[in-house]
Design a protein around this ligand. Structure first.
Ligand SMILES: [Zn+2]
Length: 367
């Protein structure tokens, strides 16, 4: 049985039977299916969906790397000899929450804490911590002691106790803040249409700021001969205008050249240098000792040196003082030992530099 010729191919001398034609079509169809299957497998595996076949190790190594069963152990990893590098110090204590806070947190002071360090760990400014804790700190960052509970505001600004007669506007202007920021701060829970400030309650004034008292010991200058200098404590003495003079350059007053605690900020016009109990403390420059002994204000045992060129340096919380008032010292001389006297949560060296009575950030003059 023959079908009528319908195509050009069927007009060739070797005409195909209907069976031949269908066999050809089926084999082409199978070939197309196989190509499609191969293409699907290729795309599927390279796409990294990690099928069981891929995990069995069949095929190329790219496929086997896609995923590992959980029960596989990782082979020993030989650490090559790395070049020496600067390692980031691991901080074991992280208090910064993963999501934003809108309420005040209470933090209990631990050994070695400083307002600066606590503020940093909560990602807020040290001033914010100082302002929120006037009742216990009295604006003095040195007043912290182990076990003290501090209020930690959720954002930078002033955490304020509402007084009789306060309005959003009056509070905002008092702390140079935006009334809308107070109104809309979630933790304040204020009715946006009819806000009511309840006297005695606390509100957060985001972005607010206020003046605060600076707790510092006075600058003591060496006196002219016969002139009685201000007596401010048992470590003071009358000094003459003579004695050693500074070079104008400065050396680190401790073996460590890094901080432990407060950096220089508006509430702490000094740096707290890392120094263990009994670590030697050196004169940062030559000069005349104008104070050597215990003093108030949380400084503990303190040495002040007048360098005679406008500069003064101050060393506080010492465990031992090796110089006496009125003595000339030279740059690098050991003047005492570091400690934790006065208001201090752990041994460190509180170091100040002043220039004609004004405070200088020690980082600007230290090498
Ligand atoms: Zn300090």
């Amino acid at each position: 049985m023959k079908k009528p010729a319908r195509t050009a191919a069927s007009q060739s001398p070797a005409q195909m039977s209907a069976l031949d034609l269908w066999l050809t079509r089926i084999s082409w169809g199978l070939a197309a299916l196989m190509v499609a299957l191969m293409a699907w497998l290729l795309v599927h595996h390279l796409g990294g969906t990690g099928s069981a076949a891929a995990l069995s190790g069949e095929g190329d190594s790219t496929v086997a790397l896609v995923g590992l069963p959980e029960n596989l152990s990782i082979p020993a990893f030989d650490v090559p000899d790395f070049q020496p590098a600067v390692y980031r110090k691991a901080s074991l204590r992280t208090i910064i929450p993963t999501r934003e806070r809108d309420e005040v947190t209470i933090y209990t002071v631990e050994q070695g804490d400083s307002i600066f360090g606590i503020a940093k760990s909560f990602d807020i400014s040290p001033e914010t911590v100082l302002w929120a804790n006037y009742d216990v700190l009295n604006d003095d960052p040195h007043m912290i002691e182990i076990g003290l509970d501090l209020k930690i505001p959720p954002t930078n600004g002033v955490y304020y106790q509402v007084q009789e007669g306060d309005t959003i506007e009056s509070v905002a202007s008092k702390f140079k803040a935006d009334p809308d920021d107070i109104l809309t701060w979630p933790g304040n829970h204020l009715d946006i249409v009819e806000p009511v400030l309840e006297p005695g309650t606390y509100i957060m004034v985001p972005g607010g700021q206020r003046e605060f008292r600076q707790w510092v010991v006075p600058t003591i200058a060496r006196g002219r001969a016969g002139v009685n200098t201000t007596i401010i404590g048992p470590g003071s003495c009358d000094t003459s205008a003579g004695g050693a003079f500074g070079t104008g350059s400065f050396v680190w007053p401790a073996g460590n050249h890094y901080l432990s605690g407060n950096d220089y900020w508006s509430g702490h016009l000094a740096i707290d240098i890392a120094a263990g109990m009994g670590a030697p403390v050196y004169a940062t420059d030559s000069g005349l000792v104008v104070y050597a002994g215990a003093i108030g204000g949380g400084y503990g045992n303190m040495v002040m040196i007048d360098h005679g060129n406008g500069f003064q340096s101050l060393y506080a919380h010492l465990s031992q003082i090796n110089v006496r008032c009125g003595q000339s010292v030279y740059q690098g001389n050991m003047i005492g030992l570091a400690g934790s006297t006065g208001n201090s949560t752990g041994p460190h060296l509180h170091f100040e530099i002043r220039y004609f009575g004004a405070f200088v950030n020690p980082w600007q003059v230290l090498p």
